[in-house]
Every structure is written in C-alpha cells, then in structure tokens.
Design a protein. Sequence first.
Length: 766
Amino acid sequence: MPTRRSLHRLLRVGLPILLCCIGIYHAFFYFLPVLPAAPFIKTKPSGRLLDAQGRLLTLYLNEDDQWCLPCPETEISPLLKQATIAVEDQRFYQHRGIDTLAFLRAMFQNMKAGHIVSGASTLTMQLAKLSGHPSHSWHGKLNQLWLALCLEKTLDKTAILNSYLNKAPYGNNLLGVEAAALRYFGKPNTALSLAEAALLAGLPKAPSALNPLRHPEAALLRRNHVLIRMRQEGFIDEKIFKSAVQCPITVAWHPFPHLAPHVAQRFQSDVRKKGCVQLTLHSSLQKRMENLLTNYLKQYNGEITNGAIMVIDCTTAEIRAQVGSANFFNLPGGGQVDLSRALRSPGSTLKPFVYALAMEKNCLYASEVLLDDTLDLGAYNPGNFDGEYNGLITAGEALHYSLNIPAILVLERTGVAPLLTTLQRLGLSTLTESPSFYGLGLTLGNCETRLDELCAAYLALASLGSYRPLRIQKNTLAPTPVQIFSRGVALALYNMLEAPFPTDDQSGLTRPRRQEPRVCWKTGTSTGLHDAWTFAFNKQYVVGVWLGNNTGRPSSCLVGARAALPLAAQIFRRLPKRDTPPWPAPGDELHNVTVCALSGLPVGKWCPHKKTVALPKNQFLHRRCQVHTSQEPSGEIATYWPGTALHWDLASIESAPPQNVHTDENKSLAIQKRVLQITQPVENAVYVLTGEKGGDCIEAQSSVAQEPLFWYQNGRYIGQSDGEHPLYIALKKGEHTLACMRATGEKDMVQFSVTLPQSNAVFQTE
C-alpha cells in the first residue's frame, strides 16, 4: 500500500514528468509515432468448430486455457458499449488517451486520503495493459501512459473500444463480452438485456471479487452502480433505470456448445492450426440426433447401452449428423469411444451388395425363384435367423426378408472374390483378409466393418450405383464418383428393398403412414446378438443406425428389425423436408420382360403361364426357365425341380424327378411359405366356362392358407378365408384382378381371365 511519503514523492517527481508529457502530446499530437496496431487488436481466440451454416458446434480453450470469442464491431451490443463507457471512461470520446480532468481529480482525492482511493485509467490505457504492458511499477505506469497517447494516433475510437471489449477479463477464465454472455446468460452479447449488459460491464474492475456465480450480492451492487452511471451520463432515462435496477440477477453456468464431441476430437489438431474449421454437420439436426439416441435407449433398461447414428445428404455426400455414442461423458464401457467408426460385425447388411453384384454379372434376375431350405455344405450348415424356412421365394422377397440360404445361393453364383473386390471398391477398408478367409459366410456378415463406411456403400445404392466417399469438412473438393453398379441394377434394388417403416407401436406391422416418403431399408443382426443395424435410404437421405454394447455383451434385444429399425424410422421421419423427389425416375433403365409365372425366369419353350416384370435393360436374357418340359407322347407339361438347394439354378436343371404341374402334389411344391403368394389362380391363368351348375368356380388358394386372409376381385371385397373356411370365386367372362391381403397389410395380386368355350354350346352368363 503506497504511503503518504511515496505519494508526495510521486508529486515531486512524477507529476512534472506527466504534465510535461501531456503538454508535449497536446502540442505535438501529429508528430507522435504510429504504433503497429496488431499487438493491440490481436486476441488469442478459442478454437471453433462450425456447422454448415456457420453456427458454433464446439468451442475449444485457447493456448492460455481461456475462453475467448472475439467479435467484429457490428456484433457487439450498443448497450454493452454504453455501459462500459459510463462506468470506465465517460469522457472516452473527448480525450486523446489520457483524461486530464480524471487524472487531476484522482490525484487530489488520493492526496487527501493519504492513499490511493481513485484511479484515472482510460479505456485506451487499459487496452495497453491488456496487450501485455502492465503497470506494476511507476516506470510501467509511465510506459502505459505513453502507449495510450500513441494508440490514439494509431487507432480510432471504435477500434479501441472494440478491442477492449474483446480482451477484457470477465471472470472464470472468460475473455471478451461474447464468451461472458454465452457462459453467464447462454446467449450472444447482442441479445442481452440492459440489466445483463450492465452486469457484464461492471465485471472487469475485479473479475474474481465480482464473479456473479460466486458473489451475486457484490455483482448486483456493481451492476446497479453501472446503471446509475448510465443514467447520469444520459444513456438511459429515469423510467428505464428504475425498471432495470429492479431486475434480479439471472446468471447461471451455461455450458459452451459441445456438439458432435467425437468429431470434435478428430478435428482438434486442425482447429489448433487454423483457429476455425467448418464442417458439413447441421447443429440443430446433430443436437436432435444426440438427444434422440440417449432417450431411445432408456427403454432397454441396460440391455442396450450404446449406439451410433449417421445421416447423409445424398445430393452432396455430406454428413449432416454423426453421433458416436449415447453419452460422451457418462456411459458404461466408455462413451468417448466413437462407435460410428468402430469395427463391428455387420450381420445381413451386406446382402444387398451380393444381389446387386449377381444382377450385374447376369447370373440373377430379381424376379427369379430361389429355394429357402436346409443347405448342407459339409462343415458349414447355415440356417435362417428364426430357424424356419420358406420354400420357394423370389429373389426380391428373399432380400426383403433377409433370408440367409438364398443369399448364400446367390453368393455361390458370383463367387466370394468378386464380392470382396466390390465391397473394397465401395470403401469397406476393413476387409483385408483373403476370399478363402471369409468364404460364403461373407454375405452373412462374418467380418468387421464400420458404420461410416457402410453408410458410404449404401449411398452408392441410393445414388444409382455411383460411389462417393463421405464428406464432413466444408468447402473441400468432391472426389470423382466411381460407377460400381449400373443404374438399372440400382433401380432394381430400389424395388427389391422398398418397404414402409413399421409403426411406432412396436407391433411388427408394416402399415405405411400417410404422406410418408418412399423409402428402402435393410436390417442386420450379428451372430450371437451382439450388434443390431439398420440402413434406410431414398434419393434424398441415407440413415445408418448401430445399437449394441461397448463391451460386446450380447442381448436378446439386439435384433436389427426390433431395435435398430424403429429408431431409423424415427430419424427418417424427423429429417428436414426436401424439394427434390425422394424416388428416382426409372427412365429407360428398366424394361418389361416376359417371365415364367412359376420360376420368374425369362420364359422357356414350354412355360404354360407367364407374367411381365421390369428388369434392368442391360441384363442379358440368356438364362431361360428350364422347369417345364413336354412329356412324350402325351404332350402334357411337366415340371422338373432340383433335388436340393445346393447349386440351385432353375435356368440349369441337370436332373430332378418330374412332377405334373396340374397335380395336387405340386400345388405347393415347396415347403409352405410365410411370404404371402396367391397360388390359385396363378398369374395369367385362363379359365373356360362350362355352363354346368356349380361348376364354374374355383377355390382361392395362397401360400399362407391357415391365416385369416381378405380377398378382393377387381377392387371389390369378396370375402375372407382361413384354414377352416375356404373361399370360392364364381367365374365370370372377362379379364380379372384378384388381390389377397394379410391382417398385417401384406398383399399379393394376380391377373386371370375367363372365356367362353370354343363350341356351339350356348348358356347364360352374367
């Protein structure tokens, strides 16, 4: 504490020097040196990670472990400027670095009191101090005065005030008004009220003693003093003053934005180098996805503790949201592990690429029939997830229902090595072993992949076969797309994977909601119930979901269709609406092909019933139906079926016992199917009226005859059937459409016709 003797010494020595400096300044102002402005304007800003719109995603401490968010002059509240000038330097716009009147007043007050009770520091002098020129000694004080004089020649008043407000300390290692406003009030400084601005303006005098979180009473007194000074200086009137001074202190500890924490960890070094990095994420969507995942897992009561989510913009291949765990700071097994990039078993999520490759290699048609039955491969005996088999089923249905045996049959046709090469071209960098290491089990997910890389692979399907790596950093050059699959094959996959999302009641029904966009989805469950997956896409978005436990602990809840699919549906329904169409236009990439109604292959010579399907135009039609043949000498059409599922290919049947297509034994040749299919009448069947009483009718039959089924003819409801109550259809001349629907909403439809006999017989018809 300075003594009376030291104060007198100051008067004897310092005062003449100071008055001399002031005189020189006023006399020779224009001869003062111009200082480099950078040291006085420059701050040490905190690193910032921004979203696609420039909004703050994550804030990092600066090199001095302080929070600093400098703002341009246009983004600083006028209220803060007025409050700061009123309480710190009311003649700021009149003096030239030194307030002579304030200095003389402070000098006489200190002499009278015998110790320092008042200061005369201007904002310009404080800026010099904040820029690394302290005044702990009289020599330092004189240097600070000289710098203040020169600063007034170097910078205008606006720049000086703005620099001060960006450098001033506000307690809790906060530098600048923006960081203080976000911490104490949770909003930018431009949104502060008068009372809030006055509170901040008073803190730099003693940031620790006036800390509003620790000493609210002291902060309140200081704030009211600032308001008094603002009223005295004419910045506010009496009415506004009375209103503001009655406002309570409303400060709280508001955390700085810390969205996408796993992404923030990855970009920390880049932010330190550049100061600011802009990503493609959307902060509002990112926040919704983080909250949605955390809340969604609560229903599993610890059975499923973690998950990861990714949302991709199909137009730009940009990542809009990336959630690496359910809780970054508090999660059993470590929430700081980024599960969006962790190695996990993909389950059935690789199957679409197997089917796409087979169609690309012209060894599979989406319409052809496969056999879902037991398969003996020696040491390898795969089965379906539910332990059941479905018999004859089209390739499209087999993929939609994610059946294992048909997928293995398809991979057997393409070969493991071509599939492995294709998956590597699609960006799956973790598949580094040889084809023999994976074997046929590759289609069932006996490998390790990453959520982000699988999202890029599904983006290729959504982009009609064109692969592009995902982009997360804004304003980076987009790599040249690589066409992996033809557009026609990709369109065929769209048709094979399209399905409405389940309803939110978890009942397993697949009734579509009104006005929902068309969407494709594929689920996956790893062997042993360790991982649950879902990928959903259309032309606008790709959504990827993984659920599981960090430790790999299995759970009966970890089934893709039961756990991951409902979450993916919720995400897709919450995505921003787009103006672009959600579904690709087929154009001329698909064309109509006549196929056998039984085998689904392009018709052979003896196929009795036919139907028309849409297939990729680039597919060769060299594989023809070999199921039907003509029996000599009767000329009856017989059917030949492979004896087992092994090497199943209805376009190349080497040997099999014949069965007449019209016999009752062949009515349901395959094992009864869970997939709904009308088995009578068959597609494009033709019936001839007999005219006999009770003879012109047929029994409507399906592959799930034991279930309650609802039947419609030509769009009109005609009745219900089940295992005990068959439905008979009265035949009437003409072309007819027959539809059948399960209680779940699943439907099948066939066309058939009824004609008159080619004779002179005459009978009454309707």
